[in-house]
Design a protein around this ligand. Structure first.
Ligand SMILES: *Cc1c(COP(=O)(O)O)cnc(C)c1O
Length: 363
């Protein structure tokens, strides 16, 4: 008997495993495993989502016209160059399928986001990694790995799970060093959290040519991960390609409505930003004070590195946190088995993390 066989490479894909959300026997879990916005979505977004309940029989606006218009106004961009997707993950996958295939290489940084190799392999392409320096992407290392087969370079800036970023000048240097036919995809899922003078999502790089794309999401600061909503700012040629390969109704109307309302609620956005601006440095300082090694994260999460000594390891810390009802994210899949990633949560959740880590590390 011969069974249907997927294309070569498909069975090499390690399925993406999301953060846990339940601990058996624990009622109130503190879920800090998926970088979901600490304060949840804007109440206006929840209301807008609910208000769509009577229209579930209607197909959505396949072009996301109102949402793209609002995104254009919010970020000062041409709506015609914006393409929306069911999460930015969908757009990353579509870019791979449209621009890379068997025999092609898709390049990314060593501890880059795990969707890049999944998207590459799904397209039949070969994922290639470049080493990092101090858990930060290295433009020189990426450029050194470019071959005639390279079709796409993915960079998350800031990166998940390391939390580190490179200045926009470095992205410009990367673009200049890449051949024109290589598509540079800047994944700016955490852009809204960053307040650094030398940081930019990269829209200017998109405008400057025909070969750079910036992807964004409503899953992180807007805390709308469940509705699946992301978008890409593209040169016209790439927007045209994405609009051909995407499903015609890839973004649901409740998602579009929630996104529109979230964008309009600038007060709530400012509250979320201020929350992160306060708790990211607080949590980092407290954990460093306990002797843990942290990267300089500019996202809504921290990456903690643990010693290898028995009783002090990342695995043991994770078990300890779980017993206290706290779900962190293990990092073995990212090649960082000595690390845990912890999302910035609510005030009491941050205090609970510090108290638990204090207890775990007590002599
Ligand atoms: C969370 C995340 C995304 C994807 O988010 P979507 O929910 O699919 O929009 C993309 N890139 C990075 C680096 C992320 O951390």
């Amino acid at each position: 008997m011969s069974l249907p066989e997927p294309r070569p490479g498909i069975m090499d894909i390690a399925p993406y495993i999301g953060g846990e959300s339940k601990i058996p026997g624990v009622n109130r879990v503190i879920k800090l495993a998926s970088n979901e916005g600490a304060l949840g979505p804007s109440p206006a977004a929840v209301e807008a989502y609910r208000a769509m309940a009577g229209e579930l029989h209607r197909y959505p606006d396949g072009g996301c016209s109102d949402l793209r218009k609002a995104l254009g106004v919010r970020w000062g961009l041409d709506p015609a160059r914006i393409v929306c997707g069911a999460g930015s993950d969908e757009l990353l996958g579509l870019l791979c399928r449209a621009y890379a295939g068997p025999g092609d290489e898709v390049l990314y940084s060593q501890h880059g986001f795990l969707m890049y190799p999944i998207a590459a392999k799904t397209a039949g392409a070969t994922p290639v990694t470049a080493p990092e320096t101090n858990l930060t992407m290295s433009v020189d290392a990426l450029l050194a790995k470019v071959t005639p087969r390279t079709k796409i370079v993915f960079v998350a800036n800031p990166n998940n799970p390391t939390g580190t970023y490179v200045p926009v000048k470095e992205l410009e240097r990367l673009r200049k060093g890449l051949p024109d036919h290589v598509l540079l995809v800047i994944d700016a899922a955490y852009a809204e959290f960053v307040s650094k003078n030398d940081y930019a999502a990269g829209n200017e790089l998109v405008d400057a040519g025909s070969n750079t794309v910036v992807t964004r999401t409503f899953s992180k600061i807007y805390a709308l991960g469940s509705v699946r909503l992301g978008w890409a700012y593209c040169p016209p040629n790439v927007a045209d390609v994405l609009n051909r390969v995407r499903n015609p109704f890839n973004v649901s109307q409740p998602a579009q409505a929630a996104g529109l309302a979230a964008l309009a609620d600038e007060k709530f956005f400012a509250l979320c930003k201020a929350h992160n601006d306060m708790w990211l440095p607080w949590l980092s300082e407290q954990l460093r004070g306990l002797g843990l090694d942290l990267t300089d994260s500019v996202g809504n999460f921290v990456l903690l590195r643990f010693p290898k000594a028995t009783g002090r390891t990342a695995d043991e810390a994770d078990k300890f946190l779980t017993a206290k009802g706290i779900i962190a994210r293990k990092m073995g899949g990212y090649g960082l088995p000595d690390a845990l990633r912890i999302t910035i949560g609510q005030d009491d959740e941050m205090k609970a993390v510090v108290a638990a880590m204090k207890e775990f590390l007590a002599p």
